[in-house]
Structure formats: C-alpha cells, structure tokens
Design a protein around this ligand. Structure first.
Ligand code: GDP
Ligand code: MG
Length: 293
C-alpha cells in the first residue's frame, strides 16, 4: 500500500477545500467565494484500494504580513510543506501570476514531488490553451504530473486520485480506513457556522469574525450545540444579526442542516453574537480563541 501526507496549496479561492471535499466524498472543509475562508489546517483522510492519502487543506499563502491573522496563515502554509510527502498545487486558470513566484520559490527549497492541478476546467472556454500551457509549465518546474480537473463538477478527479496515490511512498496505513478527518465534530460544527455566515454576509463579512463552540452536548438522539460568534465592533454585531434577526436565523437553520448531515443525527443549535475588540491584531486574543499551531 502507498500512504502519505499531501499538501494542497495555492492562492485563496482556487478551490483547495472544494477539491478535498470531493476527493473525500464528504464535506469537512468549508468553502466560499470569499478568499481566506479556510483559516485552520484540516486533515482529510482518503483510503482506497491503492492506499491512503492524508490531505492537508492549507489556508492560502499571503504576502501581506500586516495582521496577526495573516502571519498565522503564512506560518501554517510553511509548516504544512515541512511534513508532507507530496504537494498538489492548484491554480484556477492557465495563466501564471506574479504571485506564483512565491510558490515556485517555496517549492524549489522544499524538494518534494509536485502535481500541478489546473482546476475549474468547467469554466475554460478554449481547451486548446491547455497543451501549450502545460508545456510551458514543465519548463518552469519539473512537475511529476499535470492534471486538469473540475473539483466542483467532479471532472477528472479519479485520474488525479490515481496520480496522487502513485506518488506516495510505500507505507502501512497511518489512520484507520474509515476515518475521514482528525477534527472533532465540535470543531467541524464551528466551521460550518462560519461557512454559513460567509455565505449570508458576502462582502459585509467582518474580516475578524470567528466562531467558538461554548458547549457541545452529545446526547443519544441529538447534539446540543451552543456557539458564540465573535466580532470586533457592535456595528458588526447588528450586521450579523440582520433585521429582526433574520440573517442569524438563516445562518442557524442552514448550519443546523449541514451539521445534522455530518453527525447523522438531530442537532439543536444556539447562536450568540458577542463583541471582542481588536482581536485580529493581537496574538494573545487569537490564541484564546484557539488560533494556535
Ligand atoms: P480555497 O480558498 O482554495 O479553499 O477555495 P474554495 O474551495 O473555498 O473555492 C472557492 C470558490 O471556487 C467556491 O465558490 C467554489 O465553489 C469555487 N470552485 C471550486 N472548484 C471549482 C470548479 O471546479 N469549478 C468552478 N466553476 N468553481 C469552483
Ligand atoms: Mg479553503
């Protein structure tokens, strides 16, 4: 059997979390149109006949180090590359960006096998561009494989999965074959609430918003979940709650449905919005909310 760790890297919004969820066949990483949806590192474990791939869905790499949150994201991306056997680098159109140079540099010093994945091919108008792009890419970096996929529509994912398994080292399985993540249901519940907030709020989403599960009572037929949504200012609090609480209500209903799917039983979900000032610029406040490595 082949078994090993696979880092999913690439700019925010290229589809890393979507790809991981589809490879696993279950949603464990939250996704949205808004960049930086993924703040925490999450392991996704995929066991097939060929072996076991343990995916690390990384937050995007940032060049902007201004805020503590950005420093955290950058550090996570670096530590991710340190412990893996294989890198899957996602891009979402057949063009190189100035920003990609940062990744080329990181990959050169890492010395790992790399698969280049061109995602979102369902949106690609001219498929002829692919061949010349891949030929050019091979000159820039010795990619082990280059695979065009659509993570969202599930196109070509089987081919990608085989390529990944084939490049992992020979090893016994690290995780039991039925385990799909290293994260608790409590953690995943918080992530699901954050995803629904991201979707409901769009561009109005406060950058520093975070979700904390204050209490998670797992009973036989129901899970009772009490969550706090932290924002920085009381004006943001009103935005999150919405007129007569309609936004928060929608977030709660949508999140509860997803949580019930995940845990395969009923859930009761209570959401509170609270204000905590200036936390994105304060490492200690970050840590008190669980943002540590
Ligand atoms: P991440 O920041 O790299 O983790 O990106 P996400 O997985 O959160 O995806 C960002 C956005 O791209 C979401 O709106 C996804 O639905 C969308 N997306 C991901 N994969 C595809 C794809 O194959 N095709 C299309 N059209 N959209 C995609
Ligand atoms: Mg993501």
């Amino acid at each position: 059997m082949n078994c090993g760790y696979v880092a999913l890297i690439g700019r925010p919004n290229v589809g890393k979390s979507t790809l991981m969820n589809h490879l696993l066949g279950q949603k464990i990483s939250i996704t949205s149109r808004k960049p930086q949806t993924t703040r925490h590192r999450i392991l996704g474990i995929n066991t097939t006949e060929e072996g076991q791939a343990i995916y690390l869905d990384t937050p995007g790499m940032h060049s902007n180090e201004k805020h503590a949150l950005n420093r955290y994201l950058n550090r996570t991306a670096d530590t991710t590359l340190a412990g893996v056997d294989l890198v899957v680098w996602l891009i979402d159109r057949p063009i190189w960006h100035e920003y990609d140079e940062v990744i080329f540099n990181k990959l050169e010093s890492a010395g790992l096998p790399v698969i280049l994945v061109l995602n979102k091919i369902d949106r690609l108008k001219n498929k002829d561009d692919l061949l010349s792009f891949f030929a050019e890419a091979q000159k820039k970096f010795p990619f082990q494989q280059m695979v065009p996929v659509s993570a969202l529509k599930g196109q070509n994912l089987q081919q990608l999965q085989l390529a990944i398994m084939g490049l992992l080292p020979e090893n016994d399985l690290i995780y039991p074959e039925d385990q799909i993540t290293d994260r608790s249901e409590r953690f995943l519940a918080a992530e699901i609430v954050r995803e629904k907030l991201t979707r409901q709020l769009g561009d109005e989403l406060p950058y520093a918003l975070t979700v904390e599960i204050e209490k998670y009572e797992d009973q036989v037929n129901i899970a009772k979940i009490y969550a706090i949504i932290w924002v920085e200012r009381s004006s943001q609090k009103s935005i999150v709650i919405g007129k007569q609480g309609d936004r928060l209500k929608k977030v709660g209903t949508d999140a509860r449905k997803d949580i019930e799917k995940l845990i395969d039983k009923k859930a009761y979900l209570q959401l509170w919005v609270k204000v905590k000032k200036g936390w994105s610029d304060n490492e200690r406040a970050l840590q008190s909310l669980g943002f540590n490595d």
